[in-house]
Design a binder for this molecule. Structure first.
Ligand SMILES: Cc1cc2nc3c(=O)[nH]c(=O)nc-3n(C[C@H](O)[C@H](O)[C@H](O)COP(=O)(O)OP(=O)(O)OC[C@H]3O[C@@H](n4cnc5c(N)ncnc54)[C@H](O)[C@@H]3O)c2cc1C
Length: 459
C-alpha cells in the first residue's frame, strides 16, 4: 500500500472538490485529490460521441452564477449564447402545436391568468426564503410537510396551470415528480436561482455555454494542482479518531483516506461527493447518528439528457428558436444546443423522472424511436433522423447514480438541512447538492468548495 502525507485529502475530483483543493493549495496547504473514476469532472463531462462534441453532463451558465462566471474568467474560458431567435413551441394536451414568443405558454386565457398568479405568488414566497437556510423560514416545517403537487392544488384547480408550474421545478430542476418533494424544497430550488421567475425564463436560466465545453473547468482546475489528482482511486474507508461525548474531536490525529492501493494521511478530509454516496464510504469509527440518519433522507433525481445532431439546424429555417415545452410530451423541454460555430445543428431534450423510468423498460431501439417521435412533435418529421443520437444516462453511473442532483424527501429539509454541511471533527463535506445559492448547479459546487476551504483555513 502506497502512503502519502498531506494537509488535506479531498475525495472527488468534481468542480466542488477541485475548487476547494485549489483554494487550499493557494493558501500554502498540501493537498491530494482522490477520484474514483478514470476521468476528472464528475457530472461535468464533455465528450466526442460519433464525431459530435456533446455535453453529457452540465453545460449552461446563467447570469446570476457569479462564482462560476468568476471561475470561467480566471481560467480564461469563453462563453457563447444559446441560440434563441424565432418562435418557441408549446404542445397542448390535445396534441395541438402552438408557436409563441416570451415566457408564458400559449394556453387559454383563464389558465394563463392562473399561471401568472402562481408565478407572482411563488416569487413572493421565494423572496422570504434564505437559500442558505430555508429551514429558518417561520413556516419551514409546514411547507416541508406538504408536497409541491399538493401545495399547487391549494392554489388553483386549473390542471394545465398546475402541470406547467410544477414542470419548472419537478421535471426541469429536481427531476422528481411534484408529489415526491415538498413545497419548501421547491422554494429552495427557486431561491437558489434568485426567484421563481428566473426558472420560468429559459433565456435567463439557460443563457450561455462554454466554448469547448464546461468540463474544461474541472480539467483546468486539476491541471493547476500539478500531480495532486489521483484517478481510479475510489475511497473505501476513512479512519479518524471519532468525537468525544460533547462532540469535540477525540484527538488531533487527523484522518486516513484508504483506497485499494493508497493510504493518504492528512489533517482533514473533504468528502466532495454527491451526498447519496457519502455513506458508500466506511467510516472507522462510524459517523455520528445524526449523519447516519440525514444521509438516508436524500436521493438523486433522474433525467435522461437526449442529444440529437443533424446535418443542419433545420428548425431555424422554419423560424423556430428550438425552445420547446410541453407537460404532456415525453420530452417535456428541448432546446437548440448547437455547438459554437458548428455548421451542424444539435437539439437537446429531457425525459424526466417517471417518464425516464418508463422508457428504460423499453429496448434501446424502441426508446430512441419514442424519444425522437416526441421531438418530431415539436420540430417536424426531420427530427426523427439525426446523424448522431445519444442518451446521457447518469442513473447507470456508479459514482453519481442519478441526475441532476440530490434533494431531500418530504420533511427532510426542515428536519436535517442545517446539518448537511456541518463538519464532523476533521471530516468536511462539499458538493453542489449542499449549496444554497447555485444549489444543484456548478455555481453551487464552486461556492461550497470555496466555503469549505475557508472553513478549514480558519480552523
Ligand atoms: C445531465 C446533467 C446536466 C446538468 N446540467 C447542468 C447545467 O446545465 N448547468 C449547471 O450549472 N449544472 C448542471 N448540472 C449539475 C452539475 O453538473 C453539478 O451540480 C456539478 O457538476 C456537481 O459538482 P460536484 O463537484 O458537486 O459533484 P460531482 O461532479 O458529482 O463530483 C463528485 C466526484 O466524486 C467522485 N466520487 C464519488 N464517490 C467517490 C469515492 N468514494 N472516492 C473517490 N471519488 C468519488 C465522483 O466520481 C465525482 O467525480 C447537470 C448535471 C447533469 C448530470
Amino acid at each position: 500500500m502506497e502512503r502519502i502525507d498531506c494537509d488535506v485529502v479531498i475525495v472527488g475530483a468534481g468542480a466542488s472538490g477541485l475548487t476547494a483543493a485549489n483554494k487550499l493549495k493557494d493558501a500554502g496547504k498540501s493537498v491530494v485529490v482522490l477520484e474514483a473514476r478514470d476521468r476528472i469532472g464528475g457530472r461535468l463531462w464533455t465528450d466526442d460521441i460519433d464525431g459530435a462534441m456533446l455535453e453529457i453532463g452540465g453545460q449552461w451558465v446563467s447570469p446570476d452564477q457569479d462564482a462560476l462566471i468568476e471561475t470561467l474568467d480566471e481560467l480564461g474560458l469563453e462563453t457563447y449564447e444559446r441560440y434563441r431567435e424565432g418562435e418557441n413551441v408549446y404542445i397542448a394536451e390535445d396534441g395541438e402545436r402552438r408557436l409563441f414568443e416570451g415566457d408564458i405558454f400559449p394556453v387559454p386565457a383563464k389558465t394563463e391568468g392562473e399561471i401568472v398568479g402562481l408565478i407572482e405568488k411563488l416569487d413572493q414566497l421565494v423572496a422570504e426564503i434564505d437559500p442558505d437556510a430555508p429551514w429558518a423560514h417561520p413556516r419551514a416545517k409546514e411547507l416541508d410537510e406538504v408536497s409541491f403537487a399538493e401545495w399547487l392544488g391549494t392554489q388553483t384547480d386549473d390542471e394545465e396551470a398546475k402541470l406547467n408550474i410544477g414542470m419548472f421545478i419537478a421535471g426541469a430542476m429536481l427531476t422528481k415528480p411534484a408529489h415526491a418533494f415538498s413545497a419548501l424544497q421547491a422554494l429552495l430550488m427557486a431561491a437558489s436561482a434568485g426567484s421563481f421567475s428566473h426558472l420560468v425564463d429559459a433565456d435567463f436560466i439557460l443563457d450561455k455555454r462554454v466554448v469547448g465545453g464546461l468540463q474544461q473547468v474541472p480539467l483546468l482546475l486539476a491541471e493547476r494542482l500539478g500531480g495532486a489528482v489521483r484517478l481510479g482511486q475510489a475511497v473505501r474507508t476513512i479512519r479518524w479518531a471519532g468525537l468525544t461525548e460533547d462532540g469535540a474531536p477525540a484527538s488531533d490525529s487527523g484522518v486516513v483516506a484508504v483506497t485499494d492501493s493508497l493510504e493518504v494521511h492528512a489533517r482533514r478530509v473533504i468528502v466532495a461527493v454527491p451526498p447519496v454516496l457519502i455513506s458508500r464510504i466506511s467510516y472507522e469509527p462510524p459517523l455520528p447518528r445524526r449523519q447516519h440518519q440525514l444521509h438516508q433522507h436524500l436521493s438523486m433525481g433522474f433525467v435522461i439528457k437526449v442529444h440529437a445532431v443533424y446535418e443542419t439546424p433545420f428548425w431555424r429555417a422554419d423560424g423556430l428558436s428550438g425552445t420547446a415545452f410541453s407537460p404532456y410530451e415525453l420530452c417535456h423541454e428541448a432546446y437548440d444546443n448547437t455547438n459554437h460555430e458548428d455548421p451542424r445543428g444539435t437539439l437537446v431534450g429531457f425525459v424526466s423522472d417517471e417518464e425516464a423510468d418508463g422508457v428504460f423498460t423499453l429496448s434501446a431501439e424502441e426508446r430512441k424511436e419514442r424519444i425522437l417521435e416526441s421531438l418530431s412533435h415539436y420540430y417536424g418529421e426531420q427530427a426523427k433522423h439525426p446523424v448522431v443520437y445519444y442518451e446521457s444516462d447518469w442513473g447507470s453511473e456508479e459514482w453519481t447514480r442519478g441526475a441532476y442532483a440530490a434533494s431531500f424527501d418530504m420533511g427532510g429539509l426542515a428536519r436535517y438541512g442545517s446539518d448537511l454541511r456541518a463538519p464532523v471533527g476533521p471530516i468536511h463535506f462539499s458538493c453542489s447538492d449542499m449549496a444554497g445559492k447555485g444549489y444543484q448547479h456548478v455555481d453551487g459546487a464552486i461556492r461550497v468548495g470555496r466555503e469549505v476551504a475557508a472553513e478549514i483555513l480558519a480552523g
